[in-house]
Ligand binder design. Sequence first.
Ligand code: TMP
Length: 213
Amino acid sequence: MKKNSSSAKFITLEGGEGAGKSTSRDFIVSLLSDHSIPFVHTREPGGTPIGETLRELLLSKKGVPPSVTTELLLVFAARAQHLHETIEPALAEGKWVLCDRFTDATYAYQGYGRGFDLNAISTLEDLVQNGRQPDLTVLLDIDPVVGMERARLRAELDRFEEEELAFFERVRAGYLSRASKDSRFEVVDASQNVTAVQADLAAILQPLLEGGG
Ligand code: TMP
């Protein structure tokens, strides 16, 4: 696995729809700021001008939807640019990177959700990431029934959010399966109240923050 030249950490935040990703992200941002840690906060798909354009295409409900293969290649195209333009330069400068979704989302949504071959995703991952992996992945886990209820109240649904419940059940199972196999994951019960979720996040981040600053 590719190592950072400095102590800078690459942290990713994952979860199903309505898991409270934005609130948790804001809390982690405040933790990093409180510890005077230089960081970049970014997201996928997106994080660069090219990536944000691809995000619009991916989330849009206009016209004929992309095929599963097109969708997969678009998320990896956005990721390739994101690594090139944002993530790798930041880590090289010693800045931490907090990224709202990364390749685990591809396994969960395109792999488990849409049924795309996981080995093909792994091949693209190797090609695009050249060994780069997050140091820590926080998975906000929530029952999709509860999550979709929250997402519906929040704003107009995008193309992914309009999927059926069974899709989100598969996405959740995919995330949990990956989390059970890799120690970089920390799973947070996102059905708890905000205070409890934040207490969990603070405890998870604490060991990294102590070595960080
Ligand atoms: P969000 O990050 O604002 O929740 O929305 C991004 C959407 O894109 C979300 O529904 C998950 C989806 N997505 C994928 O399907 N594959 C990916 O690789 C990534 C990063 C996101």
